[in-house]
Design a protein around this ligand. Structure first.
Ligand code: HEM
Length: 212
């Protein structure tokens, strides 16, 4: 769970930083998108980095979900009789509900997102538009529902990440001392909030016309 989660977090941080290039203008953003396709050229064929990233992401997502299902099964086996008292503990309330459905929403988001930004199938700019134009066309105020979906998905990503980081700290045995525990709790929330703000900055600024 943690190793595949770490791969996904690394991707998200890189992706979020790359998206912020939109604030440097169309040329800078498109140049960066082009670099992603041609990095290592001419020694390496085009799309080498992207293909490696895509394979790593598919593997990481599949293994992450497999680990989640098998851990849930193991937990159910260890405790086949449900607790008589319905206590809204951290494990049963927050973790199972937000993590499970949050994970499903994130997967649905990624499918829409690839059709929107990578293939252009559901983007008004279409597949031939530049990455910058696809971003601008995709988040026009008339398509507020797309923007809203992205915002909801990013909040889910943030909640998922916050809980994932916290679980990883617990698994590593770092949360036994109260002071360290509190610092790590705040740290997980801050890292997740920075990631969400970094991601939503571009769609929000396009929707309100600050980036055109
Ligand atoms: C507001 C949030 C986001 C925006 C505006 C955004 C924007 C983009 C854009 C413009 C591309 C295409 C880049 C190109 O053509 O060069 C892209 C690709 C991609 N994004 Fe996002 N993204 C966001 C969040 C996310 C999140 C949260 C995930 C994962 C959970 C994600 C996963 C991907 C993947 C897998 C690709 C394809 C990479 C590839 O071609 O190999 N994105 N995104």
């Amino acid at each position: 769970m943690a190793v595949t989660g770490a791969v996904l977090v690394l991707f998200l941080v890189g992706h979020m930083l790359g998206n912020l290039k939109i604030f440097l203008g169309a040329d800078s953003f498109n140049h960066y998108a082009d670099w992603l396709r041609t990095v290592g050229s001419p020694a390496l064929p085009d799309r080498t980095l992207l293909t490696i990233t895509e394979i790593a992401l598919v593997l990481a997502v599949a293994l992450h979900m497999w680990a989640a299902v098998s851990l849930a099964r193991r937990a159910a086996k260890a405790r086949p009789v449900k607790y008589a008292a319905k206590r809204k503990s951290q494990a049963s309330g927050y973790a199972t509900h937000t993590m499970r459905w949050g994970g499903v929403i994130i997967v649905l988001f990624v499918i829409w997102h690839l059709l929107d930004m990578t293939f252009g199938t559901v983007n008004p700019g279409g597949g031939d538009a530049t990455p910058y134009d696809r971003m601008i066309a995709g988040f026009q105020p008339g398509r507020w529902w797309v923007g809203l979906f992205y915002l909801v998905a990013m909040v889910m990503v943030g909640l998922h990440l916050r809980h994932g980081l916290w679980s990883a700290f617990q698994s590593l045995g770092l949360t036994r001392r109260p002071r360290v525990r509190n610092a790590l709790r705040v740290g997980a929330a801050v890292v997740s909030a920075v990631l969400v703000i970094g991601f939503v900055a571009a769609p929000v600024c396009i929707m309100i016309g600050v980036v055109k």
